[in-house]
Design a protein. Sequence first.
Length: 130
Amino acid sequence: MKTTDSRDPLDRTIDDLLTSQPLKPSAEFTARVLAAAEALPDAKRRSSPVGQLLRFALPIAALVVLALTLAPWILPQPATEAAPSLSAAEMQEIFLLGEGLAGLSQLQDDHFGSTSLLSTLDALTFENES
């Protein structure tokens, strides 16, 4: 990486000298650098906290998904109770309520002809009373 300024005359002179007479390291310097590099301890591989978390979290998540998937087949199903049968009185009451509600649905259109909310309320009250 060149950090010199090409507009500076001193920098240009130094650059010209270095290109015309390149520097070569001595054999002793090269041997010392290589010996120092070999003496360095091997870099230990560091595991990140995310990597440690994934090492344990992924198998646990897979087991949870597997358990939820197989749960309907493994767990005993609760016995479904039959719907209680209705008595005659209850069926008659349901029939009468249905008839009463059907009568409410037969409103005449002339009661809702105006746009006034009060007349609409009156029309509903009239239908409920009759």
